[in-house]
Unconditional design. Structure first.
Length: 519
């Protein structure tokens, strides 16, 4: 759903006056509203809703996974998946990429004439170029009738029988919507007959309806809600993660993503651009702006709450069989304002962490754009919550499963774990308890590795324990508390000696003894 804040308020106000129920359906990760605000996203975050997680459009499992990656901001993984299967194509220039796209489109069209297909790109200028190029292929193949000039709303256009056409405005009388595709059956300067892709015949006078254009290519905005068998995408620098999500998820069976190196020097630059988050915000997401708005009587969030409370209980029964994340409409306390920003920052950092973790699991090098994404995500999180990155990194290290959960949009567990880490960080007693617990656990695992002959694993833990000991030099409070717990740490030390140095020495001595025993 891409309605702006003012549009949404008008809908809710009319519904409230009429005693009607409004059901909102949408995806805040897809294309953003043209008007100001992100009303749908704001309502969903504050009041919850039913979520559909199953991907049904794509047929292959790996493509379904790629769509999930796109939906959760992991654009790089989606592009990597398509690239591994030969579906990402680079050319020296955008012009060359456009030519290669048309060549591939023509080959696919000849090989599978019964399939539906669309060419997608970001701007109307590129759409016009691609439409003319694709139409030229049909003209060369003798598949078009005689050209007829039509004064369309976008300018003079030549249409012929056999042409692909797109309707650009909703018209209930014709049964067409903005974005409906079809094939021209007959055309004169005054009248046109079209067979829509859903099998209906539509005829109209061009003086009454002239909101038409060729339908071989379309902007990504026009394609939202569209489903075809195959999609051909020309990537340009104006795209972002929202546009990439829509463009790369319109197909059932096949996708071809083209780009020019004059726009993107390499695939890493392509991923960086197509991963950009440019979601719209609400004034209520920012405390100073929220107060500014409320002083002027602008209280959209409270207005929605008020309207929602007026909905009769029987009107809510449609959701009785579902389990939404939140089932009450209530105003949030002032101190919770900004939690949505924190949640988004946590999920962004978790996605970056999960991407790097996946590369390491596969034995692959971490890519520069992945490191850059982690760094930027950490800075964004620290800007919202001081020490947030350190707390979250510690939480994810202790519970790796939280990274994938948060990356998929389920960030509650990660946020709770981050809060626990913050509490431990602020309390030297809890820090000392954790140190003892971790030290004992690592020591036991290391001894088991040594007994089993896993010298490399034991060395890794030795290094880790040495780092822990050295870390005490920067935490005088914990070192002081641990002086009374040396027995639990397995060392004997005299008061006044350097505990951090003693712990490091004990690890090294234990390692030397184990090597000697092995010899």
């Amino acid at each position: 759903m891409s309605a702006g804040t003012r549009q949404m308020e008008r809908v809710f106000s009319h519904a409230a006056d009429a005693g009607a129920k409004v059901v909102l359906v949408g995806d805040p990760q897809q294309l953003q509203a043209i008007e100001a605000g992100a009303a749908f996203r704001s309502i969903h975050e504050r009041h919850g809703g039913v979520e559909i997680s199953e991907v049904r459009r794509q047929h292959d499992g790996w493509q379904q996974d790629a769509t999930r990656h796109l939906a959760t901001g992991r654009t790089g993984l989606a592009i990597q998946a398509y690239d591994q299967r030969g579906m990402v194509h680079a050319a020296e220039t955008r012009e060359a990429a456009r030519g290669e796209l048309i060549e591939r489109w023509e080959r696919d069209r000849q090989a599978s004439p019964g399939d539906t297909r669309i060419i997608l790109t970001h701007t109307n200028d590129e759409v016009r170029e691609l439409n003319e190029a694709a139409r030229g292929r049909l003209r060369d193949a003798g598949e078009l009738g005689m050209d007829v000039s039509i004064s369309a709303t976008r300018g003079e256009r030549q249409f012929a029988s056999g042409d692909r056409i797109m309707f650009l405005r909703n018209e209930r009388g014709l049964g067409v919507k903005n974005g409906t595709l079809g094939t021209v059956e007959q055309v004169t300067p005054q009248r046109m007959a079209v067979r829509t892709d859903d099998g209906r015949s539509v005829a109209f006078d061009t003086k009454d309806y002239a909101h038409l254009d060729h339908g071989y290519a379309a902007t990504i905005h026009k394609a939202q809600g569209m489903t075809v068998d195959r999609a051909h995408v020309l990537a340009t620098p104006g795209m972002d993660s929202h546009g990439a999500y829509v463009a790369m998820s319109r197909h059932r069976d096949g996708l071809a993503l083209h780009y020019g190196r004059d726009d993107f020097a390499d695939q890493s630059k392509l991923v960086r651009t197509l991963s950009r988050e440019r979601g719209k915000d609400m004034a209520s997401d920012y405390k100073p702006e929220r107060q500014f708005a409320e002083r002027r009587g602008i209280t959209f969030r409270e207005r929605i709450v008020e309207i929602a409370r007026q909905v009769p209980e029987r009107a809510k029964s449609i959701f009785s069989g579902f389990r939404p994340r939140a089932n009450r409409f209530e105003a949030l306390p002032t101190e919770q304002v900004g939690l949505s920003d924190q949640r988004r920052a946590v999920e962004r950092y978790a996605r970056a962490t999960a991407d790097i973790g996946q590369m390491r699991e596969q034995g692959l090098p971490v890519l520069p754009h992945q490191r850059d994404a982690l760094d930027k995500a950490g800075k964004a999180l620290d800007a919202i919550r001081p020490h947030g990155t350190a707390d979250l990194a510690s939480a994810l290290q202790r519970q790796p499963s939280l990274a994938s959960e948060a990356a998929d949009g389920r960030s509650q567990g990660a946020i709770r774990a981050m809060q626990v880490e913050a509490e431990i960080r602020a309390d030297p007693i809890q820090r000392s308890d954790r140190f003892v617990s971790d030290w004992q656990r690592l020591g036991q695992v290391r001894q088991a590795m040594q007994r089993d002959g896993d010298t490399k694993g034991a060395q890794r833990l030795t290094n880790r324990m040495s780092d822990m000991a050295k870390g005490l030099e920067r935490d005088a409070q914990v070192e002081s508390l641990l002086r009374s717990r040396t027995r639990e740490l397995g060392i004997k030390t005299e008061l006044g000696r350097d505990l951090a140095r003693d712990l490091a020495a004990s690890v090294t001595m234990e390692r030397s003894r184990s090597i000697g025993m092995g010899l």
